[in-house]
Structures are given as C-alpha cells and as structure tokens.
Design a protein. Structure first.
Length: 219
C-alpha cells in the first residue's frame, strides 16, 4: 500500500556558527533541502536584538537621607516570526512586539500570535500560514503553551510551506521561553497530520525536537 504520510523533509542543516556584525547581532542558518532535488533551500533564523536596560544614576546622598533610585521600568519582548524570500534562502525574521512587564505571558503570546495571523508588516516579509487562519485559544501552563487554531491552518501548501508555517507558530509561541513545549490543536483536536501531503506532526513541539524531526544536521 502506498504510504501517504511522511515526516518533515530531510536534509535540514542548522549552522551553529554565527556571523557577528557591528551591532552584535547574529544569524543562525536553517537549510531546508528539497527532498526531490539536490539544490538546498535555506531558512535563516535571525535572532532578535536585545536592548540592555538603561542604568539610572543614583541620587547623591544627603546628610539626613540616602535616596535609592527607582528601578527602571522593564519590558519583555515577544517576537513574531515572518518569512522572507531571498532567492535561494527562506528566512525566519523576528519582529519585536514590546509589552508591559506587568502583562501575563499568556496575554503577551496571545497578542503575538494574533499579530502573526494578520498581514505581514511590509512587502519584504510573508507568511506560510493560510489566509483565514484564526486563533481560537492560547493557554500557558507551566512550561507549556497550548494553541488552538482554526481549520484553515491545516489547508493547502507543499512541504516547505507546511514546515515554514509550523516554524512560524513554534518560534513565535516560544519567543519568551525558547525551551517551552507547544501543544498545537486545530478546531480543538490535536494536530497529528498537516496538509494534503500528510506531514506527520509529533507533539509536543519544541525548538530542539523540531530540528530533530526535520533531520537537522548541526555544523
């Protein structure tokens, strides 16, 4: 009997070496290789830049009181991961979404995923997530993120498109906690097979497991 289900495309190469530029940012390369061709298709993940909190000078002491400065207001930054096509490369590009530190992680990630399901912020960025996909619910429990999407998420697309959309959801949902587990459902049912090509999805999704499932090789 013909096998209709398969796992992620093999031949993904993850470049652990980083290219450091003047700003101190780096790029880790994810290479998706077409299963039917020898020419590789690269997916590059650009790590978000981190802004060091500005220090607040301490007020000079007086003879009567030592005044301690208030700690600066902190901001947590969730990341939305879009796709960018650069001829031979397909890059995962993070866009920062700043939220107040008082906001719960669940609220931060809900805002980030809802933004991801909207239009890309500019013409240079795109998404592999089908139009009409909506977020039905998002819950954070301990180190796990539970996401339920509408049925449009599982429709259409080839292997690269399906892998790209999973990467977008996974990396966005774990942008505040890169080691978190993601449990992905569609219309309330755990997602086990994605798209018409029958891409098998093992759950929970994690960044490290995602790399293993795609047959990633570390350089």
């Amino acid at each position: 009997m013909q096998e209709h289900q398969r796992r992620f495309p093999l031949g993904i190469v993850i470049g652990l070496s980083t290219l450091v530029v003047a700003t101190g940012s780096a790029t880790a390369l994810f290479t998706w290789q077409n299963a039917q061709k020898n020419q590789p298709i690269q997916i590059a993940v650009e790590p978000p830049q981190t802004n060091a909190p500005q220090s607040v000078p301490a007020a000079p002491p007086t003879s009567q009181n030592l005044i301690t400065p208030q700690a600066p207001t902190t901001e947590k930054t969730a990341q939305i991961y879009w796709l960018r096509d650069s001829a031979t490369d397909l890059e995962l590009v993070p866009i920062a979404v700043k939220v107040k530190s008082a906001d719960r992680e669940e609220a931060q990630l809900t805002a980030a995923v809802n933004n991801l399901l909207s239009d890309a912020p500019n013409k240079d960025l795109m998404t592999g997530i089908p139009n009409g996909t909506t977020l039905r619910s998002l819950k954070v429990k301990s180190d796990s993120v539970y996401i339920d999407l509408s049925k449009a998420f599982a429709s259409g697309g080839g292997s690269l498109s399906m892998t790209g959309r999973l990467a977008q959801i996974l990396y966005t949902a774990t942008s505040l906690n890169p080691t978190a587990k993601v449990f992905l459902s569609v219309e309330g049912k755990p997602l086990t097979v994605l798209g018409g090509e029958g891409l098998i999805v093992d759950q929970p999704l994690t960044r490290s497991q995602f790399e293993q499932d795609t047959g990633a090789k570390k350089e």
